[in-house]
Design a binder for this molecule. Sequence first.
Ligand SMILES: [Fe+2]
Ligand SMILES: [Fe+2]
Length: 239
Amino acid sequence: MVNKILSPDRQGLAEERLAAPDVHHEPHGFSDRFALGFTKLLRFSADTFFAKRYGHRAIVLETVAAVPGMVGATIQHLTCLRRMKDDDGWIRTLMEEAENERMHLMTFIEVAKPTYFERLVIQIAQAVFYVGFFLLYLVSARTAHRVVGYFEEEAVISYTLYLKEIDEGRSPNVPAPEIAKHYWKMAPDATLRDVVLVVRADEAHHRDVNHGFASSLNGEAIDHGLAAPYPAHAAEIRA
Ligand SMILES: [Fe+2]
Ligand SMILES: [Fe+2]
């Protein structure tokens, strides 16, 4: 597979990257392979557990997806304090990612109500994943960001499949929740399909940003302006 992430020859093609859910960072070295293997293992678990229940899948996975940004922001913040150095904008980017993922969760809660069993799975998954990701970030921030980049590749694929379910009538295209219409500044008659499109665009942006962070920690020169475009979000969040 061709590495299409952040390669200079694709300058100016951000929109095309967004429309291509098969964007994939080709792994180089042990760190990347570990990140990809870990992601594939979790993908397999999610596929087994949820099958095609995309609304429920989104709820559980978004509770996990909202963790890395906050962990990364915390550790980058503490590192900058200790080393007395600038963060180059990483901390706010990561905190914003965490907030954005939380908004994904709040939106899908309105679409599919989690069962008691799913709430239990969420609590266990958060305890395990938070501690595990924190330790991974301490050991190798590069690997941690690569893991998120690969998670987001899978998220883009999952939301593309969710769109297919809606388009083929297997999932009802219900009206967009109010919280989503406010957050993504959507039209009053927006639907679930519109929501999935902007959520997928958010994930594509996170994918490119995190692969970019991982590559820059690997000493590669990265142009962050090449990331898939981020949809507009409301400045103030309201439930
Ligand atoms: Fe998300
Ligand atoms: Fe994401």
